[in-house]
Design a protein around this ligand. Structure first.
Ligand SMILES: *Cc1c(COP(=O)(O)O)cnc(C)c1O
Length: 413
């Protein structure tokens, strides 16, 4: 498919500057950045008045169904720097059988497992790597629980950028293999993701790696923002009542919250917002603890453990941004145990034929729990995020075998 002329040409870019998420201090665009001078995440700011004039819903509707359709709200200025693997719009899949069983509310699953490398990390990393290419970065490093590393490896190799990646030693085998196969140098480290992050920080200081960690790099969030733009467009410019988001570093939740504000500024939606629900596992729930304590920051969670490896993040640099979005939206943060995650995964697979990843299953478990404790209404339209293909994770064995040389009792099969 071809973009309209407006997109094949290099757009007059609408990026004006970057802004510290804590202090609001301005930083110049078109330079290599990690954190702000105050040591906090940087947010990309746009001339939204300009975008408002340049882009209409009708123009948008004619564009190819991928992430680049939102080009005016993205940081990549020159088309030649886009390092694409085909970032398709992901379907919203309704779950009518489970809705009926639970008594009413509409359950929608945004299936991010369809993206390149099988997870929504592709959205963030396609943006980070395209910007790295634009800015002439030669060597990127990253701590990862698996999916982010796989996406970085894929896009960076495609752009001819070297990558060095560190993951906790119990990272799912498939992730470590795909990272290596897609051209990165990958190490298993005897620690958690934040321990891996420290190694990247040291490498940055000693040998000049670019630190691609969640929110220590300003563009992954712009890529993840497209989830918010996309789901609202897919719902006919309406927001769902609530979004259940499996929260690790929180890029997606913060990104979607930013997307809604930008959509309002360009006149595509009004003041309505979904309630943002940050879902964590009881074995690693720093945001839930801080949310309940009314705190603005979340201290490190010790002995973090959960089968949902993508949300095993003991400490998040964007903690205050996650908590702000959740509170401003009238949402909440909630944790579910691994037993509930497994049961939820099993239930949706058996009853709807939909294989969630464990993190996605956590959102379904949290939704059911929230129905019971009354934090969501039975009439609510909720959107759950399935962030990766369920096929990327170890699956339970199925051991029935049949000996075709013996008589078969068909009534018993
Ligand atoms: C990274 C990841 C998450 C957490 O996403 P954040 O936006 O970093 O909070 C959840 N699920 C899966 C499968 C992931 O890979």
């Amino acid at each position: 498919m071809q973009y309209d002329d407006n997109l094949t040409a290099n757009l007059p870019s609408f990026v004006t500057h970057l802004e510290c998420a804590m202090t609001g201090e301005r930083h110049e665009a078109d330079q290599v950045h990690n954190l702000s001078r105050a040591g906090k995440p940087l947010l990309v700011r746009y001339d939204l008045e300009g975008v408002r004039k340049a882009l209409s819903r009708e123009t948008l509707a004619k564009r190819p169904p991928d992430l680049w359709r939102y080009r005016e709200l993205l940081p990549v200025r020159r088309t030649e720097n886009i390092v694409s693997l085909g970032e398709t719009m992901t379907p919203i899949v309704p779950m009518p059988r489970l809705s009926a069983k639970l008594g009413g509310g509409e359950i929608l699953v945004k299936d991010e497992g369809r993206l390149p490398t099988g997870s929504f990390k592709a959205r963030g990393l396609v943006m980070a790597v395209s910007m790295a290419k634009a800015l002439g970065i030669k060597h990127m490093a990253m701590p990862t629980n698996g999916n982010a590393g796989a996406a970085l490896a894929a896009y960076a190799s495609r752009a001819g950028i070297k990558t060095t990646i560190f993951c906790p030693e119990d990272t799912p085998e498939v992730n470590v293999s795909e990272i290596a196969l897609q051209g990165a140098t990958v190490y298993r480290v005897n620690g958690l993701i934040d321990d891996c992050g420290k190694i990247v920080g040291e490498g940055k200081a000693k040998v000049g790696w670019f630190d691609t960690s969640t929110l220590k790099e300003p563009y992954r969030i712009e890529g993840k923002k497209t989830m918010g733009l996309e789901l609202v467009e897919q719902l006919g410019w309406q927001v769902p009542d609530a979004i259940f988001y499996p929260t690790g570093g929180g890029t997606g939740l913060i990104g979607m919250w930013k997307a809604f504000a930008e959509l309002e500024a360009i006149g595509f939606i009004g003041k309505e917002r979904p309630r943002m629900v940050a879902v964590q596992a009881t074995g690693c729930a720093p945001m839930v603890k801080a949310f309940e304590a009314g705190e603005e920051h979340a201290p490190r969670w010790e002995n973090a453990h959960t089968i949902a490896s993508g949300i095993r993040v003991p400490q998040a640099i964007g903690d205050f941004m996650i908590l702000r979005a959740v509170r401003e939206s009238g949402g909440f943060a909630t944790a579910v145990p691994d037993t509930a995650i497994s049961a939820a995964l099993d239930e949706m697979a058996r009853e709807e034929g939909f294989l969630l990843c464990p993190e996605g299953a956590a959102t379904y478990a949290a939704y059911k729990q929230s129905l019971v404790d009354g934090r969501v209404k039975r009439s609510d339209r909720v959107m759950l995020f399935n962030c990766a293909s369920g096929l990327k994770y170890p699956l339970p064995p199925a051991r029935r075998a049949l000996d075709r040389h013996k008589p078969i009792d068909f009534t018993g099969l």
